[in-house]
Design a protein around this ligand. Structure first.
Ligand code: PLP
Length: 375
């Protein structure tokens, strides 16, 4: 009895501390819901290296079906998923064309080069993450012994909280076909893009399928807006997924009774897709609450990410102020706020109130207020 009381008290304390913090650093901070935990506990399991885990197999089939591919492969992380894709598309001495600031170039430890001897060809991108089509065509190497073989084009959607324009996806697909390049999507937040572009009455899943229809392979994360604790997946043709499977093994990604995690991902696909619009609405609420404040520039998000530029070197002080008031965000000059399953309207309103209070009681550091825009 005493033990139980103690446990209960601990649980309540844990819930209180978690509730007290409005954690807007990333959508990766979500904790599995009770229903998700229940799905995990009930999942039938087997050794996935033998192909024996029914929950993993069902998840892979479900996702492939949802996004219109022949096959899918469950992965521990999005980084490993992208690596497996690049190494399945490209061999030693091949290259992939990729955005200068894209995750698959800049934020994955150079894995394709380190582990696959695949050379990146980075290109500059515009605000929407687009490489100019003429730059892409210009970067494709001629068939000549001086050059690496250009095999693959990598895009990323969403880009900085924006869904990529559909006409760009179409143009990229046309170029890829014409030039015999494979086309890969780093869709860590694919379903956020889908929730942003979906027509009224259309499901998020169906809009996601319209995006992925342009690509030969797509990587998605379950551990971000979908609220699963761990996991990503790569989709593609049966042949491509077979090659990716070999790379995953090489990279140490062969997991055993991993249906425990696949169950969480599967639960997320069943229950957390359509609700992404709620996260987007909260990001809009935050945007509106901060717009027009002196010294702030809010870059309006179309999904669940809001960027706020703070004039006059006040970014770090604002972050500290927010932290002292139970709100976590990231950034230095441009601050980033990400909404997700574990944030509600009250948390967003509290955040807006804190930012307003901070801006009202501080002034810009004049020494840093150089001409021409946000710092
Ligand atoms: C999060 C993310 C990934 C994968 O990250 P992991 O932490 O390895 O799961 C890949 N691409 C983009 C754009 C991301 O945001």
């Amino acid at each position: 009895m005493h033990v139980l009381r103690g446990l209960e008290a601990n649980l309540i304390n844990e819930v209180r501390t978690q509730a007290a913090v409005v954690d807007l650093r990333s959508d990766t901070v979500t904790r599995p819901t009770q229903a998700m935990r229940a799905a995990m506990m009930q999942a039938p399991l087997g050794d996935d290296v033998f192909g024996d885990d029914p929950t993993v197999n069902a998840l892979q089939d479900k996702l492939a079906g949802l996004l219109g591919f022949e096959a899918a492969l469950f992965m521990p992380t999005g980084t490993q998923s992208n690596l497996c894709a690049i190494l399945a598309h490209c061999g030693r001495g091949d290259e992939y064309i990729v955005g200068q600031l894209a995750h698959t170039y800049r934020y994955e430890g150079g894995g394709a080069a380190v582990l696959g001897s695949v050379q990146p060809q980075p290109l500059t991108q515009d605000e929407q993450g687009r490489m100019a089509l003429s730059d892409i065509v210009g970067a494709i190497k001629p068939d000549d012994c001086h050059f690496a073989r250009t095999r693959l084009l990598c895009l990323e959607n969403t880009w900085n909280g924006h869904p990529m324009p559909m006409d760009y996806l179409h143009s990229a697909q046309v170029i890829a076909r014409e030039k015999d390049l494979a086309l890969h999507l780093d869709g860590a937040r694919l379903f956020n893009a889908a929730a942003a572009i979906k027509a009224s009455g259309e499901t998020v899943a169906s809009a996601a399928g319209r995006i992925t229809g342009h690509f030969d392979s797509v990587s998605v994360c379950f551990s971000k807006g979908l609220g699963a604790p761990v996991g990503s997946a790569l989709c593609g043709s049966r042949d491509l997924i077979q090659r990716a499977h070999r790379v995953r093994k090489m990279a140490g990604g062969g997991m055993r009774q991993v249906g425990l995690l696949a169950a969480a991902a599967s639960h997320a696909l069943d229950h957390h897709l359509e609700r992404l619009v709620d996260d987007h609405a909260l990001a809009q609420r935050l945007t509106q609450g901060l717009q027009g404040l002196d010294g702030l520039t809010v870059r309006s998000a179309q999904t669940n990410i809001v960027f706020v530029d703070v004039v006059g070197n006040r970014g770090p002080a604002l972050l500290d102020f927010l932290k002292a008031h139970g709100v976590l965000a990231t950034g230095l000059i441009g601050l980033r706020f990400v909404t997700h399953l574990d944030v509600d309207a009250a948390g967003i309103d509290h955040t807006i109130g804190c930012v307003r209070q901070f801006m009202a009681q501080t002034t810009a550091d004049p020494t840093s207020a150089k001409a021409g825009g946000p710092y």
